[in-house]
Design a protein around this ligand. Structure first.
Ligand SMILES: [Zn+2]
Length: 231
């Protein structure tokens, strides 16, 4: 046996290298209870200047919005397409940069904020384009997906176990929502008829959910899957 640090030959009973002091791990010898195999990692955590990144990103978003607005006003003398671009920039900002402003971003807070931004953007598109699909289609669909995703994120964060039940339940809930979504679509966009395509994602998602819940309940099956997918 040789020291991994300095290469000196070691006796089998050696617990630390006599030359450089590195802890020796001998795989065939029994390691005592509570004994560390490796020394604790004492490398300092890399310092990222997040405040500077936030300021740069915020400036970039503001500049992009300003340039878009100026171009639109210069060409069309009124707000036409720049509203859509600025709306999309705002959604991107809320989703990507806003969490950076918090010291410890809590996904249970910023996930609903992101969905609220998406909903607001869709409402703007609806109003600006003179449509009437927001209340009967976009709002319930985005709202339901927001609820499911927020519930998953909150449960994952606060339960810290039962992930398979959580994902299984979410898959079943999304699947069950599919026919309602198709109905809302047909109700909102008149010439569309209820064709029943929603049954396919419904069946697929419910089967996926049942499989995940089955894996959660059946330990041997779960262990086989974990080995198969190197989890
Ligand atoms: Zn050594």
């Amino acid at each position: 046996m040789y020291c991994i640090n300095c290469g000196v030959k070691l006796a089998d009973t050696e617990k630390a290298c006599p030359l450089c002091g590195v802890v020796v791990f001998h795989p065939e010898l029994h390691q005592g209870e509570g004994e560390r195999l490796f020394p604790a990692n004492q490398a300092p955590a890399p310092q990222v200047n997040s405040r500077a990144i936030q300021i740069v990103l915020t400036t970039a978003f503001l500049m992009a919005a300003l340039i878009t607005a100026l171009c639109d006003l210069q060409i069309n003398k009124t707000v036409t397409w720049c509203g859509y671009v600025i709306g999309a920039l705002l959604v991107g900002y809320v989703m990507l940069v806003l969490p950076l402003w918090l010291r410890r971003p809590n996904p249970v807070v910023f996930v609903p904020c992101s969905f609220a931004a998406i909903g607001g953007y869709l409402l703007y598109i609806n109003l600006a384009s003179g449509g009437s699909w927001f209340l009967s289609f976009a709002f319930p669909v985005v709202g339901f997906i927001a609820l499911v995703v927020t519930a998953v994120v909150a449960l994952l964060r606060y339960l810290r176990r039962g992930r398979l039940y959580i994902f299984g339940g979410a898959a079943v809930a999304l699947g069950a929502f599919m026919p309602l979504m198709e109905y809302l679509m047909c109700f909102t966009f008149e010439p569309l008829r209820f064709a029943g395509w929603s049954w396919y994602p419904l069946i697929a998602l419910v089967l996926l959910g049942i499989m995940l819940i089955f894996l959660a309940l059946c330990r041997p099956a779960r262990e086989t899957m974990e080995r198969k997918f190197f989890l």
